[in-house]
Design a protein around this ligand. Structure first.
Ligand code: URP
Ligand code: ZN
Ligand code: ZN
Length: 477
């Protein structure tokens, strides 16, 4: 059955225009003024924007972390994502030293399969580089289309890799056409500061922030940039929170390095004072890197505006306050790090960005969808509205007003990090490959209908100097 969406305003990263969209076999078949098709189901989008579905490049679903497991799995997490206007996620597949990488990838496939209601891909964590990893990684990149590798520079004795591992991962990525992602904080110094704070009897959530100062994010970001330059490789810095890190990325980009950065809704809207909330409520706002002083927010908005940062990922990593965040009562270092953000990422960026005049509506589309699709090898299948692209579409009412709350959200978690925030704009209907997942604000999707995405290599779907794009053959879309 064909579908025809009429009377909406089509918005891409470059254009906004009144247009109708005809969908056939899950693909955008035609875009134009006054399209008609007697056999098609007609959907009226009068007064609404038609956005490409959001691409969230940073999620942690069903992930073991901090002695517990995230509350949202690939079913509840992708349902919440769809309600929020996101139609593609790229989740982090964690690995364990000494365990074959393909076992971890198989485990992540098992978590997602039969559950996801939107499309998904995986990034792969690299915690060590040895002969086995050097043998396995090129195969995984080729066969699984996993073309982004994650190195943690923090979480000492848990996920952290050393600088030699980061350099070798960057070198391998250069050869194979992969994009290296880093969590950039100086894990060794943070471990020392945490021990010192606890020895001195400082156990409250605020010490999470005080032991992870922004200078250590800036330092690690600069170090990752230097190693990227040495390897002539490509780098994507996840969850950038502060002026120090933005400056390192901006400077690298001014020098023509292939360095990219992402921030998250929580760093754009919340600040460190939330960690001081009474009755241990501050634990709800424990992320790594931590929330910062308010003045960093303007720097992040400017960086999105001027292109120093390219994307906003959710860093969805949800834990209940009761029973999970409470693991850190009496010891802030045991509070599971992360929060529920997958559902509100899209609307927060629209409301705080477009409605408040900080971004144009085309910049919004770029940051929420197109840039990630390009960087992570999914464009133009995902990330835009064009003939031949997947019909992943959001019918968005830009005039709706609502209040974000745990009472109305769809994440499987007992609090909302943005509780009480008023937002303008709301996804009304969301389609993935032409099928309704949310229709008139009701869930109508099917768990298991989300498809795994094999992604193209870095340089195939994003503009880079020709020399850097010399990779092996194209995979994926
Ligand atoms: O606090 C966070 N960010 N939790 C998720 C894991 C990570 O570091 O991205
Ligand atoms: Zn991280
Ligand atoms: Zn994360």
């Amino acid at each position: 059955m064909r579908k025809l969406i009429k009377n909406g305003t089509v918005v891409t990263a470059t254009d906004s225009y009144k247009g109708d969209i005809l969908i056939e076999n899950g693909i955008i078949a035609s875009i134009g003024a006054d399209l008609s098709d007697d056999a098609a189901e007609v959907i009226d989008a009068d007064g609404c924007y038609l956005f490409p579905g959001g691409v969230d490049p940073h999620t942690h679903l069903d992930m073991p972390f901090g002695g517990t497991v995230t509350r949202d799995d690939f079913e509840s997490g992708t349902i919440a994502a769809a309600f929020g206007g996101t139609t593609t996620i790229i989740d982090f597949c964690l690995t364990t030293k000494g365990v074959p990488l393909n076992e971890s990838v198989a485990a992540w496939h098992a978590k997602a399969s039969g559950k996801a209601v939107i499309d998904y891909g995986f990034h792969l964590m690299v915690g060590e580089v040895n002969d086995n990893v050097l043998l396995e990684l090129p195969q995984i990149i080729e066969e699984e289309g996993i073309t982004s590798l994650k190195v943690f520079m923090a979480y000492k004795n848990v996920l952290q890799a050393d600088d030699g591992t980061l350099l070798r991962t960057l070198q391998l990525a250069r050869q194979q056409g992969a994009l290296v992602m880093v969590h950039a904080e100086n894990g060794d110094v943070i471990a020392y500061l945490i021990d010192k704070a606890l020895e001195e009897g400082n156990t409250d959530p605020i010490y999470h922030a005080l032991t992870r100062p922004s200078v250590l994010e800036g330092e690690a970001t600069g170090r990752a940039v230097s190693l990227t330059e040495l390897a002539d490789s490509q780098l994507y810095v996840v969850h950038v929170t502060c002026a120090e890190a933005v400056e390192k990325i901006a400077e690298a980009r001014r020098r023509g390095l292939r360095v990219y950065g992402e921030t998250c809704p929580q760093y754009l809207t919340l600040d460190v004072s939330y960690l001081e909330r009474p009755n241990f409520e501050g634990a709800k706002y424990v992320w790594s890197p931590p929330l910062r002083e308010k003045h960093h927010q303007a720097v992040l908005w400017d960086a999105l505006w001027n292109g120093s940062l390219q994307a906003v990922g959710s860093d969805q990593c949800s834990f209940d306050f009761k029973g999970q965040k409470e693991l850190g009562l009496g010891d802030f270092s045991k509070i599971p790090n992360g929060g529920p953000t997958i559902e509100d990422r899209f609307s927060l960026l629209f409301s705080e960005g477009v409605a408040k005049g900080r971004l144009t509506v085309n910049q919004f589309v770029d940051i929420i969808s197109t840039a990630s699709a390009k960087l992570f090898g999914l464009f133009p299948k995902k990330g835009t509205i064009a003939v031949g692209s997947d019909a992943d579409l959001v019918i968005f009412d830009p005039n709706a007003q609502r209040t974000l709350s745990a009472e109305t959200h769809h994440m499987r978690v007992d609090y909302n990090a943005f509780e009480g925030m008023e937002v303008i704009g709301e996804p009304v209907t969301v389609l993935v490959r032409g099928e309704f997942v949310v229709r008139d604000k009701q869930f109508v999707g099917i768990p298991g209908s989300g498809q795994y995405l094999r992604r193209s290599r870095f340089g195939q779907t994003v503009n880079v100097p020709p020399k850097a794009a010399e990779t092996t053959e194209r995979v994926g879309p």
